[in-house]
Design a protein around this ligand. Structure first.
Ligand SMILES: [Zn+2]
Length: 346
């Protein structure tokens, strides 16, 4: 059985980048030779600030990456082996973090993650999403050893990315329903501790006093919810506690070029529909999403009914072995059509 990893150093605070040297010196990591990896433009600016602060004490290089392909992982690993780096500092959004999580997993060197958005729950998860040829694969890896969330950076991040993060957390409720359903129908093992963490994450956001994506306290709590969701996945060893039928719908939508919505928005729309099908409180979810001005139905997300139906019809086949409510529907097409029509009216 794989051991459980948690970030042994976690800070969620303001001005982390401005005081990065102090934070890094507190960590049990080797800073002799550091490779900073960032995305282009916006995140590269933060990487330069870190570079400037560390260059006197450490041997530092900065690498900018453009994508999350397996080729990029290989390129960074080659650099790590040839130039003997001791630590990677990843500064960026999901692609940068996923590439660095997998790189650190392969090369076995320490990783410090500094996310620049809270767009999804993958920051501290044991999963890296990488492009391999024409396919997008979710690969197992380690949870990052150190995570630093700078609330000033998150505060300034695009509104859409914050909405996406909220949507990804909301989906825990339908994912847990599907997991428990599978437990009763197929005998799949349910880890109650994972369920508890996933539910705490979900409830902390749904029951939050604030509905303001510029409220720093809300962003602090969203950061915590995202970390807890990641840990619930680590304990299970898969995305199961945070990914059910709503994620299958989102994966099906990813196959359509004309749909280019953030992951958490697709998942939020999927979660409302899954709730409806699961006979959960889908109207409460709609009210919650409305308060943040987050799309909650195909029509509010700009997805036409035919395409939404087609994605739902494909959803069941998107992930082998992931048993959900979609596996027990008797009149699938009719159920989806009715659900889309009813939710689109609200
Ligand atoms: Zn997700």
């Amino acid at each position: 059985m794989k051991g459980i990893n948690i970030p042994i150093y976690l800070k969620v605070d303001t001005n982390i980048i401005g005081e990065i040297k102090g934070y890094l010196n507190e960590m049990p990591i080797d800073l002799t030779k550091v490779l900073i990896v960032s995305g282009t433009n916006y995140t590269a600016g933060f990487a330069k600030q870190v570079h400037l602060q560390l260059k006197k004490e450490s041997n530092i290089s900065h690498m900018i990456i453009q994508d999350n392909t397996i080729e990029t992982v290989v390129k960074i690993n080659e650099k790590i082996i040839l130039e003997e780096y001791s630590t990677i500092i990843a500064i960026g959004g999901g692609r940068v973090l996923d590439v660095c999580k997998y790189t650190s997993y392969i090369s076995r060197i320490d990783l410090v993650c500094i996310p620049t958005t809270l767009a999804h729950d993958g920051i501290a998860s044991p999963i890296a999403v990488l492009k391999i040829g024409d396919e997008v694969k979710s690969l197992g890896c380690d949870v990052p050893k150190s995570v630093l969330i700078d609330l000033d950076i998150i505060y300034a991040s695009p509104l859409e990315s914050k909405k996406s993060g909220v949507g990804d957390i909301l989906s825990n409720v339908t994912a847990i329903f599907d997991w428990k359903l599978s437990g009763s129908k197929t005998g799949e093992n349910i880890n109650d501790f994972s369920v508890m963490l996933s539910e705490i994450a979900y409830k902390s956001i749904v029951n939050h006093r604030s509905r303001d994506l510029e409220d720093r306290e809300f962003l602090y709590d969203l950061s915590k919810a995202i970390i807890l969701s990641g840990l619930s996945m680590e304990i299970t060893g898969s995305s199961r506690p945070c990914s059910g039928s709503e994620h299958l719908f989102s994966h099906a939508l990813d196959l359509y070029d004309e749909i280019n919505l953030p992951h958490g928005i697709q998942v939020a729309v999927g979660s409302v529909m899954s709730s409806y099908i699961q006979k959960q409180e889908f109207k409460e979810q709609i009210n919650f999403l409305k308060e943040f001005n987050i799309p909650y139905s195909p029509v509010t997300a700009g997805i036409n009914e035919d395409l939404a139906l087609s994605a739902w019809m494909n959803a069941k086949n998107m992930r082998k072995g992931r048993y959900t409510i979609l596996n027990i529907l008797e009149n699938e097409q009719e159920t989806y059509i009715n659900a889309i029509k009813e939710i689109n009216k609200l």
